[in-house]
Every structure is written in C-alpha cells, then in structure tokens.
Design a binder for this molecule. Structure first.
Ligand code: PEP
Ligand code: MG
Length: 315
C-alpha cells in the first residue's frame, strides 16, 4: 500500500468526472513549506503563525517574523502561501499573558486580540507584506464574525503598506485578503464576507466546536464532537455555495479536509480546495481520484435536506 501511495504522489487530484481539486498544505513552522512542496502541495492553504509566538517570553520582532514568512514563501517556490495572522488565545496562549477570561474560546482571541493590540498586528502585517516580495502571499484572518473586523483589518493593512512605502521596502500591493469561516454566525450570514473578501477558508475545528458547543479540547465531551452533524454540514455547504455565487474561492483547512473518510462528503458539497497536513495528502488524493463528483453532489444534497446525521456509507 505504501508503494501505491507513492505512485499517487505524481498523479493529479482529479475526480473520475474530471473535476480538478486543489490540495494545499497546512504548516506550523516555515521549514515545513519545502517538505509540503515535495509532497505535492499546490500551495500552503494555512500557515498557523502563532507557533512563532508561543513558548517564549517575548514576541518575535518584525525582522524575525519577516525571515520566517519569507522562508515559507521561498520554500513554496512561487506557489501561493496563505499566511494566517496571529490566532492567539484559548488553546494557544502566549506565555507572558496569564489567562484571565472565564471562557477563553469566547474571549479576546485571534483577530479580536490583534485589533485590540494594534502594534502587534501592525508588526505582523508589515512582516507578511515584506515576505510577499518573494512570491505569492495571501493573508488570512482568523475568528472573524463581524464585517467591521474586516474593515479594520483592511485599514491596518493600508497603514502597514504606507509605512513600508515610506521606508522604501518592497511588497506585493495586490496581496489578497481572506477570512476563516469558523464561527457559525459568519457562515449563517456569509454574504458580505463572500462579497468583500478575496477568498474564504473554513476552519472546521472551531466551526464544529462553536456550532455544537463542544470544547474541542475537552475529552469528556469529545464523543459529541461530530463533523457529520447536519447543522455543521449545512454551514459548510452554505459557505461553499456563497463562494460559487460571489466567484470567490472557498477552502476547508480544518481537520475535516485531511480526513480521507470525509473526502467524498466534502466533494459532494462541491468543495474544490482542501488544505491539510502534508502527510494526509496522498490518502485524500486517492479518494478524490476514485470519486464521481456529480454523483456525490446529488447524494449529499439529498442527505443535507433530510437533516439527519449523514451516513458516510451511503455516499
Ligand atoms: C480550524 O479551526 O479549523 C482551524 C483550521 O484553525 P485552528 O485549528 O488553528 O484553530
Ligand atoms: Mg480555528
């Protein structure tokens, strides 16, 4: 089976009925980019930058961040690299900031944290923009629920660009801005996000947590954490459909994308962009190459209408 998977690595990710699927990699450290490239990733769909910030007592400065982001961008050799801005808080706390929130998963995390700490955000945005001089960079903001967070991010991005321009430092002025869809409210009222952003990426890990009110790290309720719950699937499907209507690419970058047992389900919802750890890519690709997208679309549409837990064996 190992040999069979190895053969797959050079084969395209295309369904039996000819739908081309993009397989991107999730990375946590910059040196994983080159490995993802070798594993056949078409790009980085999620660079979780918080790992540069965790387990240390002082924040990385602009220069250190720039070097890290540039390393990932160069490692992908011209392929797109989606850099997510700091997703700190909740399960990913900074060492020098003792948790004060009673419900950190509902607290000042991710984009909320960044907008509340404009200097930290500006430093990261400048570092990301500088890295964009070395390849194709996309900026992804986590935990967005409000359009004003998107507007505030665009303003912060414009200021970061102005500062770099004043310094005479190069960057890609066309760098795309996208948002994670991982809060149910965002998926339910997705239209303005689909309209105003360049791309969307569904974070199923948090989307499931918040939709089902299950702490993703709490083992006592882990049995209730269910990616096949119809409410979760409807939110995902609705987001994918909005992307089609507004002509914006939609990816899934949560763990669901790398789970080969769910590949047919996601294809059946019309998903064409998957982002996962590089080690999961070949198994997912094998599922894609043996799937008939149109037949799955029909079956999944019926399943979602029934509002019962989706039975994967029926797909
Ligand atoms: C997610 O929530 O699905 C996701 C991809 O982000 P993270 O796991 O880093 O919260
Ligand atoms: Mg998340």
């Amino acid at each position: 089976e190992r040999a069979e998977l190895a053969l797959l690595s050079s084969a395209p990710a295309v369904t039996l009925d000819g739908v081309a699927i993009t397989l991107n990699a999730n990375i946590e450290l910059p040196d994983e980019a080159a490995a993802a490239c070798r594993a056949g990733a078409e790009g980085v769909g999620l660079f979780r930058t918080e790992f540069l910030f965790m387990g240390r007592n002082h924040l990385p400065d602009e220069e250190e961040q720039y070097r890290a982001y540039a390393e990932a961008v160069k490692g992908m050799a011209g392929r797109p690299v989606t850099i997510r801005t700091l997703d700190i808080g909740a399960d990913k706390a900074l060492l020098n900031e003792p948790a004060v929130a009673t419900n950190p998963a509902l607290g000042l995390r991710a984009i909320r944290y960044c907008l509340a700490h404009p200097d930290i955000f500006a430093t990261q945005l400048r570092a990301i923009l500088r890295a964009s001089a070395h390849g194709q960079v996309r900026i992804l903001i986590p935990m967005v629920a409000h359009m004003h967070e998107v507007h505030a991010t665009r303003q912060a991005l414009a200021s970061a660009k102005a500062e770099l321009q004043a310094r005479g430092q190069p960057f890609d002025d066309q760098v795309q801005l996208g948002a994670m869809v991982e809060i149910p409210a965002t998926a339910i009222a997705i239209e303005p996000f689909a309209e105003n952003l360049d791309f969307l990426s569904i974070g199923t890990n948090d989307l499931i947590q918040y939709t089902l009110a299950i702490d993703r790290g709490d083992t006592e309720v882990a049995h209730l954490y269910d990616s096949q719950h119809p409410a979760v699937l409807r939110l995902i499907a609705q987001t994918i459909n909005a992307g089609v209507r507004y002509g914006k690419p939609v990816a899934v970058c949560g763990e669901m994308a790398g789970d080969a047992t769910l590949t047919r389900l996601l294809l059946g919802m019309g998903l064409t962009q998957f982002s996962m750890h590089a080690s999961q890519m070949l198994e997912v690709k094998r599922e894609i190459r043996s799937a008939h997208s149109n037949a799955l679309r029909a079956k999944v549409a019926i399943a979602l209408n029934r509002a019962e837990r989706v039975d994967l064996k029926a797909l």
